[in-house]
Write a protein that binds this ligand. Structure first.
Ligand code: SF4
Length: 530
């Protein structure tokens, strides 16, 4: 039985016009569509194109964090394979897929129970080879070209959930395998983190896979790369980031504006709003009716374009009101002592290991940084209790942090370790002030993102280690745990302290900015004692 039935129609050649054209390709070309390429295509069509047509030597080197993810994936793969005792590997040199496919077919014909690292190739058009490399092929009852057995693919993924892009790739394995063994596999599995297995619904996914493969081949055959679109969540770890970011910066691409999502960009293009000046001069009414916009988004995007175009901060006011500032003085309290708080976590070992607190005492004119650190994950509770001891010394001091994570984690750790009663916990949480919320509520800034780094840098703050970031700190902590080298801990503490100081810097900037809008309220009324 063929789930979903039938063969896929391969795409006719089509072209996508782009503002960021690459040199015209020399034809003819052979396309090797691997499962990895299809996975990447689902995340970014441009990446699949560049991986196919550009020299990898032009790409960025992998970051420490990316290498750590690869290492974690390899360890997860080894852990899963322990359950497949006696598995066999086809013998071939890395990258020699033709030999790998022949060796895999020989093992399947011989009825091997488990085949690890197999290669399946289907020539689906004169210039297109589909290359599937399922982590494991598992022998099952049934029939195939070789007799009364057949195979089902298992793909090992580090994620906890069977994301759609994983399922499409699992369907891809099943599709190519069906052509090789002459019968559709009963199942296609995903082996996920924490020992979970997920059976992919092939009937449901096959149409989506067909459409995806069709679109992928169409894009790969185009003489120009798909248009750049910078989305930090996916681009920051991509090895083409430097090149794409340069292409986007040179043209002031609208994807560099916070709030311009791929879907919104499609609608903006349909309105011929493709440049910063176009968007800065647009009317909110023109955008508000577009799907996914509305009055608030329309106004925000136009303000964002104006702020970026003129390199200016623009105060936010309630829609329709000219004079009222969005942020009230109570939202941004000042005090004789203020605390600036930042957490470091190690998700791979499930630990919150550092609470950095900058104590700013305006009476004494002092700034003191405290690092409440769990040198190993088992000391998470100790570090949290030290944090509570410190902040309870200043019961009136607001605790500034950036984004909701610190407040959420404070609640979680306190409840988990039963450190405070409910009333005391509420009292503590009422002191938390999310400076990210204050900024985004109050002002539109000429920044590419409202992450702390982008905001604080625009306001003139610099980190001592310009390359440090949250992903890097996860690697440093892992390096500390595995090597015992304290230079890794020192790097984390420096980075964490700078994050606290950056939060303080943003708060000071915002207070000065807001004061001009609070003329009617004397600042003495807004100050609380430590
Ligand atoms: S940097 Fe972003 S846009 Fe460029 S190829 Fe990578 S994911 Fe795609």
């Amino acid at each position: 039985m063929m789930a979903g039935g039938g063969t896929l129609n391969l795409p006719a050649e089509s072209r996508r016009l782009s503002a960021h054209e690459l040199p015209v390709l020399s034809e003819p070309k052979t396309y090797w569509v691997t499962d990895f390429l299809l996975l990447q295509y689902q995340r970014c069509s441009r990446r699949a194109y560049l991986d196919t047509h550009r020299d990898r030597a032009e790409a960025d080197s992998p970051s420490d964090y990316l290498q750590k993810i690869k290492q974690d994936s390899a360890e997860h793969r080894l852990a899963v394979l322990e359950d497949y005792t006696g598995f066999q590997r086809p013998d071939y040199a890395q990258g020699d897929w033709r030999t790998g496919a022949q060796a895999t077919a020989a093992l399947m014909a011989a009825g091997a129970e488990y085949i690890v690292g197999g290669v399946l190739i289907e020539a689906t058009a004169p210039d297109v080879y589909l290359v599937s490399r399922p982590d494991i092929l598992v022998k099952q009852g049934g029939w195939s070209l070789w007799g009364d057995w057949q195979y089902a693919p298992v793909d090992i993924k580090l994620g906890k959930k069977p994301k759609l892009d994983y399922q499409i790739v699992a369907t891809y394995h099943a599709y190519v395998l069906a052509h090789i063994q002459g019968n559709w596999p009963h199942e296609s599995w995903l082996a996920l983190r924490d020992g979970r297995y997920h059976s992919v619904d092939l009937d449901q996914q096959l149409p989506k896979f067909g459409a995806m493969l069709h679109a992928c081949l169409s894009d790969l055959r185009s003489p120009v790369a798909p248009e750049v679109f910078i989305a930090h969540s996916r681009c920051d770890l991509c090895h083409w980031f430097s090149q794409c970011y340069q292409a986007a910066s040179e043209t002031a691409h609208l994807s560099l504006l916070p709030g311009v999502t791929p879907a919104r960009y499609t609608h903006l293009k349909a309105q011929n709003l493709t440049t910063l000046p176009d968007l800065a001069q647009a009317s909110p009414k023109q955008l508000a009716y577009l799907p996914g916009f509305g009055d608030t988004v329309a106004e925000k995007l136009i303000h964002q374009a104006q702020a970026t175009l003129y390199d200016q901060a623009i105060a936010r006011t309630p829609r329709g009101a000219d004079a009222t500032f969005m942020l009230s003085p109570q939202d941004l309290p000042s005090a004789e002592v203020e605390l600036y708080f930042d957490i470091e976590a190690a998700p791979d070992v499930d630990a919150i290991y550092l609470h950095g607190v900058l104590v700013v005492d305006h009476r004494q004119q002092t700034e003191q940084f405290h690092a409440l650190l769990a040198e190993s994950p088992e000391h998470e509770q100790d570090a949290w209790e030290q944090f509570l001891d410190l902040v309870l010394q200043y019961p009136q001091a607001p605790i500034y942090h950036f984004c909701p994570y610190e407040a959420q984690t404070a609640r979680k750790l306190t409840q988990h370790y039963h450190c405070l009663g409910p009333a005391d916990l509420q009292r503590l949480l009422r002191r938390f002030v999310d400076i990210h919320w204050c900024v985004t509520e109050a002002v539109t800034l000429p920044v590419e993102s409202y992450a702390l780094k982008h905001i604080a840098r625009w306001m003139g703050f610099e980190w001592r280690d310009s390359e440090a970031n949250g992903a890097q700190s996860i690697c440093w902590y892992n390096d500390w745990l595995t090597t015992g080298d304290r230079t890794h801990l020192d790097a984390i503490l420096r980075y964490n302290e700078d994050d606290c100081r950056a939060t303080y810097h943003v708060k000071q900037w915002l207070t000065e900015f807001a004061q001009s809008h609070w003329q009617a309220t004397p600042m003495s009324d807004l100050t609380v004692s430590a």
